[in-house]
Write a new protein. Structure first.
Length: 202
C-alpha cells in the first residue's frame, strides 16, 4: 500500500535525533533545509555533526538517550543501531502521538523519510512505502538531472501574483492566480522567457 505524502512545516519545531553517526548525518542534512530546532543526543559523534554543533545549527548532548529527552519533541529520529531502543522509543512516541522514524526499521516508524528534491519553496518527496529506498533515491537523482533550472523563481512569481490578486479584491482571484501559475510552469518547463504576469485589477 502506498504511503500518503503529508507536508508539514518544521521551522522552529523541536526535532530530536538519537544517534550522531553517518546515517544520522544524512537525516540531519535533509532536515536542516526546513529550519527546525534540532537536538542531537549521542555518546559518539561524527565529524559532520560536530561541525554543525560548532556552527550553531543544532544542539548536541554527548551521552546515551534518556526518556526525558523526548519531552517537548515534535518529531523524533532514532538513528541508533539498537532494535530494543527503537521499539521502546516507538511505543512512547505512539502514546504521545509524536511522529517517529527509526532508521532501517519500518516496523518502528510512524513515518518514512522521502527522497527529497528541494528547489526554494518547491519540495518533491518520493516514497516507495519503505519497500525500495534505492528506487526512491534513483528517482530523486533522475529528477535532479531532469528538472530545468529556475523552479524557485516560478514559485516566487506565482506567489506574488496570487497575493496581488487577493489584495486587489478580484472576484476571480483564485482562477486568475491558477491561470498565471499554469502559464509560468509551462514556460519554465519549455525553458521559455518568463515575464511577470500582469498585475490583476479589481
Amino acid at each position: 500500500m502506498p504511503s500518503f505524502p503529508m507536508f508539514i512545516p518544521l521551522e522552529g519545531r523541536r526535532v530530536l535525533v538519537i544517534g550522531a553517526g553517518r546515517v544520522a548525518s544524512r537525516k540531519i542534512d535533509k532536515l536542516l533545509q526546513f529550519g527546525p530546532r534540532i537536538d542531537v543526543v549521542a555518546p559518539r559523534v561524527s565529524d559532520e555533526v560536530e561541525a554543525w554543533a560548532k556552527d550553531g545549527k543544532l544542539s548536541l548532548t554527548r551521552r546515551a538517550y534518556q526518556p526525558a529527552d523526548l519531552e517537548g519533541a515534535d518529531l523524533v529520529i532514532v538513528a541508533a543501531d539498537d532494535l530494543a531502543l527503537q521499539e521502546q522509543i516507538f511505543h512512547v512516541c505512539a502514546e504521545r502521538r509524536v511522529p517517529i522514524n527509526s532508521v532501517d526499521s519500518p516496523r518502528w516508524c510512524s513515518f518514512t523519510f522521502p527522497a527529497l528534491v528541494v528547489e526554494g519553496d518547491a519540495t518533491f518527496g518520493i516514497s516507495t512505502a519503505g519497500k525500495a529506498p534505492a528506487v526512491a533515491a534513483g528517482l530523486r537523482a533522475w529528477l535532479q538531472r531532469t528538472l530545468p533550472p529556475g523552479l524557485a523563481d516560478v514559485v516566487r512569481r506565482a506567489h506574488a501574483f496570487r497575493v496581488a490578486a487577493d489584495e486587489a479584491g478580484h472576484e476571480n482571484a483564485p482562477h486568475l492566480a491558477a491561470q498565471a501559475a499554469f502559464e509560468l510552469v509551462d514556460a519554465w518547463a519549455k525553458q521559455e522567457p518568463r515575464p511577470e504576469p500582469s498585475r490583476p485589477r479589481p
